[in-house]
Design a protein. Sequence first.
Length: 282
Amino acid sequence: MRFSSYAIPLALAGFTLADPTLQQMLGFLQQFNIDISYPANIQVAKSINYTGFTEGQELNTEYLFGVFAGIANGAVAGTPLIGIPLNGTLLDLVIENNIMIVTTLRDFNWTVAIDPTIWQIKFMFNDDGLVTQYDGILYRSSALYADVLPKVAQAAMAELNLPANISQTVALQTRAATDICAGHEAFCTGANQQYNSTADCMDFVMNAIPMGDVWQSGQNTAFCRYLHTTMVQLRPTVHCPHIGPSGGDMCFDHTYESMVQSPFPQPFVALPDNLTLANLGL
Ligand SMILES: *[C@@H]1O[C@H](CO)[C@@H](O)[C@H](O)[C@H]1NC(C)=O
Ligand SMILES: *[C@@H]1O[C@H](CO)[C@@H](O)[C@H](O)[C@H]1NC(C)=O
Ligand SMILES: *[C@@H]1O[C@H](CO)[C@@H](O)[C@H](O)[C@H]1NC(C)=O
Ligand SMILES: *[C@@H]1O[C@H](CO)[C@@H](O)[C@H](O)[C@H]1NC(C)=O
Ligand SMILES: *[C@@H]1O[C@H](CO)[C@@H](O)[C@H](O)[C@H]1NC(C)=O
Ligand SMILES: *[C@@H]1O[C@H](CO)[C@@H](O)[C@H](O)[C@H]1NC(C)=O
């Protein structure tokens, strides 16, 4: 099934359930699938406040929509290290009470390749049908990046006129540093300035921190600063520190223990007959 041809059956129109209704949740999914894809994600990112969410709308809008619109909105140039979401196909859909779990095969455009990706997102809704929390997983991300990055590195070498004897990592890090430092120069000015000059920025990103693997996109790496470069044009005051030497409250080395703690106010639990974990002794 393709999302573009997916319509909520009219039969559901009069269907009543405990809030949120099935119709509200499916309506959210239908709109979300349009909004996450190019080119709708460019405008949604600029809106900053996505109307489908209750809490932390600004950061959530920037993360879900802005990060993946980077090359399309001019935040990064050349071959992107983060692809642009295109069309998707629904693989799994589970809805129980106020929880929806959706798995999607979605093509991403890395300019040098169109690669399929698999995402699973869990959404929790409130009684008004708005999302109060969500969690997304990119399946097989290491294998995805192992497939894509050699092609991106090769393109970066040509784009940036890099010598043929450098490593793939240095090529990718030069691509990242070039875009981070251009973004800094364009948007992180005045009180938001993080580096004394573009040359200082290039030196820091190339030499003081590692490039980082995909799992390190929130660590003290060039990859993390590249990801946040897609957002500096949206709200420079919030995002410029993330691409600076300190990494702000985003690009620093989180411990493994902190990464495996649930950040969610509520567990994603939805059992038949309104059973709770306590009812089951779990
Ligand atoms: C987003 O919405 C909140 C709450 O309505 C508001 O305070 C904030 O200024 C909005 N942010 C932007 C960037 O429009
Ligand atoms: C996206 O659309 C193209 C062209 O219609 C199609 O070939 C491809 O299978 C679609 N990809 C996904 C993941 O649905
Ligand atoms: C992928 O991105 C490139 C560069 O932005 C663009 O020229 C191409 O048309 C895009 N392909 C698809 C299928 O969107
Ligand atoms: C690459 O080649 C250049 C000039 O040919 C040389 O100066 C440089 O040290 C080489 N770099 C590496 C990493 O081998
Ligand atoms: C900028 O220059 C000042 C004065 O030389 C120095 O103290 C500071 O550490 C520099 N900042 C960065 C981020 O390099
Ligand atoms: C579950 O709880 C909701 C809200 O309290 C209620 O409307 C609904 O009837 C309950 N469902 C069942 C199967 O008990």
